[in-house]
Design a protein around this ligand. Structure first.
Ligand code: ATP
Ligand code: MG
Length: 570
């Protein structure tokens, strides 16, 4: 490819609406162009990277026996009504009507369509198992599209769906996919960690997320992990063992239940200081609205509520913190003093977190302004849920060593779905005994466009992107310092022809620009190898520079070709 012909526009400045470095660099280096919020054109350079990632995905999945198909992006409401998700999928599902007034939507995912397709074809256990996948655009009207391709509204996903006759066979395929995923990301140049994750309100289902670990905020997930053993989990799923601490209010002199004045004391810290007690002896109440119903969560004072866990415990679709006016309306109290006691339990749901279980003689709100109860104890017959957020330093649930936390970008995930879709959609096969059974399903996603952005997040420097060779848009950038110099031009073009003939993806920067401009673009775009043809050509030498380590050596053109082959083969 000649640089003069390449459809790319590099920018001098970073876009001013970008926070994430991958967003900044992909725009500035001319890989993507924004059309509107969360929706981008993939320019030719990006398209080449996406194709490479997609091909790695294809090769690895095909090798497992999975088959590629392509399903419709625009879908009728009926399939979604059949699974029950038309009602419950929130506003991320972009709904519209066709000219005949039929309800339609843009596909955010394809469980419904694949289940319906398979149920038309697969009638017998003899046709199972099967694993089908596609690589396609998805649309999700994300509440907060941000970080460029990391959280877009339109994005490219690989989604695979497997169908089985038994849980054991699903688990076997799950392991096959887990292995394929590690290989896929490794081949894309990315180290990933498979972490346990929340799988929505499908109780008991197993799922793992593939995380690229980063310390920046663009990793939108907190990952808790143990350095001593294999345990790692998304914060929405992580569990821990708490340090042994005194959680008995009697140790602070509160052994008898009574109401005390706590004027203007609102936060846990203020309350702990006022009563001279440790926050872990306070039973905190946190109020939410879940699908328009009021809920109070009772949790140990030093712990926070993990909202995905809460959502699952409640089997709710949406939750948000209660507003002060709602605290007055539903709880007849003031924020800062609320409690599960003295509320109308027929109207307000109360959830007790497990951290409340062993508390004795604790402090809690009295549901009266400026008053708390001290020396309280829980009634018997309380059901406890795990709805608390793990904190760094709490202990690993497996080996009891302290847990650490880091951020992660989720580039893929694998799920054991079970019969979540096949049952409601009545998607069945006939087993050996002639009985109708719903398929047992798994699903497996990879964010193809997010993976490209994650690679940039991981691999860049002050000058631009440093593409891993396996997914670089081109391998080599040949820069003649002065294209008008006949000798430089001749050697550069010869090199170009030879590299192309060897199947090495090469760009020649044939522009009449200054060398400085060409070098800057070369580093910004992130070609793994740059070969500069300049004055040293009089000694028969070119400059060979690797982007990753910035190393520059002088070689003859033939040695440069050999070196390219060496690097690209590794
Ligand atoms: P997230 O928790 O990040 O919203 P998700 O659980 O909704 O992801 P899935 O529905 O399982 O994700 O989609 C599979 C993969 O698609 C994810 O692992 C991620 O890599 C990618 N993906 C999901 N949402 C987006 C998005 N808005 N922009 C880009 N990639 C996405
Ligand atoms: Mg999502």
């Amino acid at each position: 490819m000649k640089m003069s012909k390449l459809f790319v526009q590099t920018l001098r400045e970073f876009p001013n609406d970008a926070e994430a470095i991958s967003h900044k660099l992909l725009v500035r280096a001319g890989f993507i162009k924004k059309l509107t919020n969360g929706i981008y054109t993939y320019m030719p350079l990006a398209q080449r990277v996406l194709t490479k990632i997609s091909n790695i995905v294809r090769e690895e999945l095909n090798a497992t026996g999975a088959q590629e198909l392509l399903m419709p992006f625009v879908q009728p409401a009926e399939v979604w009504q059949k699974s029950g998700r038309w009602q419950v999928y929130g506003r991320e599902l972009l709904r519209c009507k066709d000219r005949h007034d039929n309800d339609m939507c843009l596909a955010p995912t394809h469980e419904e369509v694949i289940t319906s397709v398979v149920s038309e074809v697969v009638n017998s256990y003899k046709q199972l198992p099967i694993n089908l996948y596609q690589i396609q655009t998805k649309f999700r009207d994300e509440i907060r599209p941000r970080f460029g391709l990391l959280r877009g509204r339109e994005f490219i996903m690989k989604d695979a769906y497997s169908f089985h006759t038994s849980q054991e066979d699903l688990e076997r395929e799950y392991e096959v996919m887990a292995k394929a995923y590690s290989t896929i990301f490794k081949r894309c140049g990315l180290e990933t960690k498979a972490v346990q994750s929340d799988s929505g309100a499908i109780g008991g289902a197993v799922s793992h997320e593939y995380m690229v670990l980063t310390d920046t905020m663009v990793g939108e997930n907190d990952v808790f992990y143990c350095e001593n053993c294999d345990y790692s989990a998304n914060s929405n799923h992580a569990i821990s063992i708490l340090p042994l601490e005194a959680t008995n209010g009697a140790d602070y002199g509160y052994s008898e239940e009574k109401i005390v004045d706590t004027p203007n004391v609102k936060t846990i810290e203020e309350l702990a200081e006022f009563l001279k007690i440790n926050p872990n002896c306070i039973l905190k109440a946190v109020a939410y609205i879940a699908d328009s119903n009021p809920v109070i969560v009772m949790i140990r004072g030093d712990k926070e509520v993990e909202e995905t866990k809460l959502l699952n415990a409640l089997n709710a679709l949406e939750i948000r913190p209660m507003e002060n006016s709602e605290v007055r309306e539903y709880l007849n109290s003031e924020a800062g003093f609320i409690s599960y006691r003295n509320v109308d339990k027929s109207k307000v749901r109360v959830i007790f977190d497990k951290t409340a279980q062993n508390m004795k003689n604790f402090v809690l709100g009295a549901n009266i302004k400026d008053k708390h109860i001290v020396g309280a104890n829980l009634e018997s017959n309380i059901e406890f849920f795990d709805v608390s957020l793990v904190k760094e330093g709490e202990f690993c649930p497996v080996c009891h060593k302290p847990l650490k936390v880091t951020r992660g970008i989720e580039v893929g995930n694998i799920f054991q779905l079970g019969t979540k879709y096949s049952k409601p959609m009545n998607a069945c096969y006939t087993d050996e005994n002639g009985q109708l059974k719903p398929y047992i399903m798994g699903c497996y996603g990879i964010g193809v466009s997010r993976t490209m952005a994650a690679a940039v997040e991981k691999y860049h420097d002050d000058f631009g992107i440093i593409w891993p060779i396996q997914i670089a848009p081109y391998h080599v950038d040949i820069v003649p310092v002065n294209i008008e110099d006949p000798e430089q031009s001749k050697v550069a073009y010869e090199l170009y022809e030879k590299l192309c003939a060897l199947g090495i993806e090469t760009v020649i920067d044939d522009r009449y620009d200054r060398a400085g401009v060409k070098f800057k673009d070369s580093e910004l775009i992130g070609f793994p190898i740059r070969i500069t043809v300049g004055k040293t050509i009089s000694e028969g030498l070119v400059e060979f520079k690797t982007r990753k380590d910035g190393q520059m050596i002088k070689l003859t053109p033939n040695e440069a070709i050999e070196k390219c082959q060496q690097i690209l083969l590794n």
